[in-house]
Design a protein around this ligand. Structure first.
Ligand code: NDP
Length: 329
């Protein structure tokens, strides 16, 4: 496993990390969570990602139980939470969601309790909240850090403009700024990491913990002929994800990427994950898995990184941009 500094902060994260969205509590029970986190940790993964909204709090509780049982040295891993969406589903009352000082503080306390830890290494604002003054958000995060409840704070899916505004406020009042952003990044979703955020990384030195490297499983190629039973896209409530990925043009690209991976003698998931690591602004790519075999397969991305020569990257680019020269059919 390799490690990268999280931007210009002092924190080192393994280049692959492990998250629990959709999986923990819904598809994965305590026994499997224990096994998956054990494999991850033993292979050098030191960052485990979570959020208040994942399985409406149950995902943090499950991760907390595993962490307690494993009894790893607290200094050997990094654990995160994110606040914004709340955890009561549609039963949220005013102040139980969003980025107000009240919700950010209460959500932090609840995450600490659920995860059974004394502090969060990373605490993210899960989305921007235009209804709360940015000064209130930055002050709150600064206070939580000074209280020792959080070590570093970050943003997730914020625009470059919103992030720069947070930095302006931090500078103006001498507060601790966000040091990490968590955007989506995969071969089929590149806007934030490649167009919107690069100037932010350059000016602020923020790191990036990127999510959905496999587009929720679509970039494994397993949806080319059918929707396998029990897979994410088969789950109730995921129509929006099916609509996002199961589109003709995207399916064509995955077919070609599949062929390229075959020619390289690697699996498509390992190629897709390795491709995210070729972006130097990525600190860590967060993996998700519902089975041991998936995690082991995805960890092979570490070996594929060195196969990404300029020529291979160009071939991938050709496929992603529908350039006929790179048609592998
Ligand atoms: P991926 O895009 O990698 O999707 C992971 C899912 O794909 C798995 O749960 C599994 O689902 C399927 N899969 C994974 N590997 C394989 C394989 N080798 N073969 C076949 N199927 C496979 O990542 P996620 O979307 O899960 O995101 C990763 C993490 O990022 C999350 O857990 C969370 O921590 C974070 N995240 C953050 C967000 C944010 O807003 N900040 C938003 C989303 C995620 P299945 O078996 O069910 O098909």
């Amino acid at each position: 496993m390799d490690y990268r500094k999280m931007g210009r902060s002092g924190l080192e994260l393994s280049i692959l990390s492990f998250g629990s969205w959709v999986t923990f509590h819904q598809q994965v029970d305590d026994r499997l969570a224990d096994e998956l986190m054990g494999i991850a940790y033993d292979r050098g993964i030191n960052f485990f990602d979570n959020a208040e909204v994942y399985a409406l709090g149950e995902s943090e509780k499950m991760m907390g139980r595993v962490l307690k049982k494993k009894n790893w040295e607290r200094s050997s891993y990094v654990v995160s939470s994110k606040a914004f969406f709340g955890w009561r589903g549609d039963k949220d009352k005013p102040n139980q969601t969003g980025l107000s000082r009240k919700h950010l503080t209460e959500a932090c306390h609840e995450a600490l309790e659920r995860l059974q830890v004394d502090y969060l290494d990373l605490y993210f604002c899960h989305r921007p909240d235009p209804t709360v003054p940015i000064e209130e958000v930055v002050w709150t995060m600064d206070i939580l850090i000074r209280q020792g409840k959080v070590l570093y704070w970050g943003t997730s899916h914020w625009s470059a403009g919103d992030i720069m505004e947070a930095h302006r406020v931090a500078r103006q009042y001498n507060l601790i700024p966000p040091v990490v952003e968590q955007p989506q990044y995969n071969m089929l979703e590149r806007y934030k990491m490649e167009l919107d955020l690069p100037p932010v990384f350059q000016h602020t030195g923020m790191g990036a913990t990127v999510w959905s490297p496999l587009a929720g499983g679509f970039l494994t190629g397993k949806y080319l002929d059918e929707i396998p039973e029990g897979s994410r896209l088969s789950l109730e409530g995921f129509d929006w994800l099916r609509k996002r990925w199961l589109q003709k043009q995207k399916i064509e690209k995955v077919k070609k990427l599949s062929k390229l991976a075959e020619r390289m003698g690697v699996s498509l998931p390992s190629l897709a994950i390795a491709w995210t690591l070729a972006n130097p602004n990525v600190t860590t790519t967060i993996l998700g898995a519902t089975r041991k075999e998936q995690l082991l397969e995805n960890l092979k991305a570490l070996e594929v990184v060195s196969l990404l020569t300029p020529k291979t990257l160009q071939q991938i680019e050709g496929i992603l941009q529908n350039k006929p020269d790179f048609d592998l059919a």
